[in-house]
Design a protein. Structure first.
Length: 255
């Protein structure tokens, strides 16, 4: 007969195994059937290249330097122009600001939503290199370890950085599943899950940080989109795909 401490330990082990199996089975069974193109009202030359969901709103950026705020149905709440080849967008600790990544020259920028202007920039070329139009393509904020994650198109890796004042500090370089074309990142904090997409491979990877290592839980085959951004809704019952071909998809899915 097991004592109470051994029994409790065994229950925790069984629960952990079941949780992993359940998550893997949900991802494996996923099909892109319940999706809607909510980007039909975007301007004809708008190329969505990054997305983040926060506070009930979807924020997207375009290659032409635009930031747009939308509701769940694609209706525009606000839109403004800051310039630059914007490729990713995320939130951070401070309310009222978003952060965007510019591909060339590789730059991280802090943007005031109230004033609709860039208030600070950080040159990323010393860390990422000068890769021209194969520069940073993805950006997300990982509050658990207090870092920005920047995805580089040139080598497909994820660079974890911190910013302090005017300085950029490299924390780690994460070897990712593919060697190029990392195009979108989003970290879902409640489940502590990272989603990474690769547009030229039509794949998405579901990852978690375990034992100080980012581990791939599952691979999802994507439709043949030009997917350059992914954003998980706050309610976790849908996610959004920013497609570089003037499309914005909402996919209903509970995880």
């Amino acid at each position: 007969m097991l004592d109470s401490s051994r029994g409790l330990k065994m229950k925790k082990i069984i629960f952990s195994i079941l949780l992993v199996v359940m998550l893997a089975s949900m991802v494996t069974a996923f099909e892109f059937t319940d999706l809607t193109d909510i980007g039909q009202d975007l301007p004809g030359d708008y190329e969505p290249s990054g997305a983040v969901y926060d506070g009930g709103f979807l924020y997207i950026v375009s290659d032409e330097g635009d930031i747009s705020v939308l509701d769940d149905y694609g209706n525009e709440i606000n839109s403004f122009h800051i310039g630059g080849d914007l490729e990713g967008i995320t939130v951070g600790r401070e309310e009222g600001y978003v952060y965007v990544v510019i591909e060339n020259p590789a730059t991280l920028a802090k943007v005031s939503l109230e004033d609709e202007v860039i208030v600070q920039t950080w040159d990323l070329r010393e860390i990422l290199g000068d890769n021209g139009n194969a520069g940073p393509e993805a950006l997300t904020w990982i509050p658990r370890i207090n870092v920005f994650a920047v995805g580089l198109q040139a080598d497909g890796n994820m660079y974890l950085i911190k910013v302090r004042g005017d300085n950029v500090i490299l924390i780690d370089v994460v070897d990712m599943p593919r060697s190029s074309d990392l195009s979108g990142l989003d970290y879902e904090p409640r489940s502590r899950t990272l989603f990474a997409i690769y547009d030229s491979y039509d794949e998405a990877y579901v990852m978690k940080y375990r034992g100080r290592v980012w581990r791939t839980l599952e691979t999802i085959e994507m439709p043949e989109w030009d997917a350059e951004g992914i954003a998980i809704s706050d309610s976790r019952d849908s996610f959004f795909i920013a497609d570089d071909d003037n499309d914005l998809f909402k996919v209903d899915f509970t995880f």
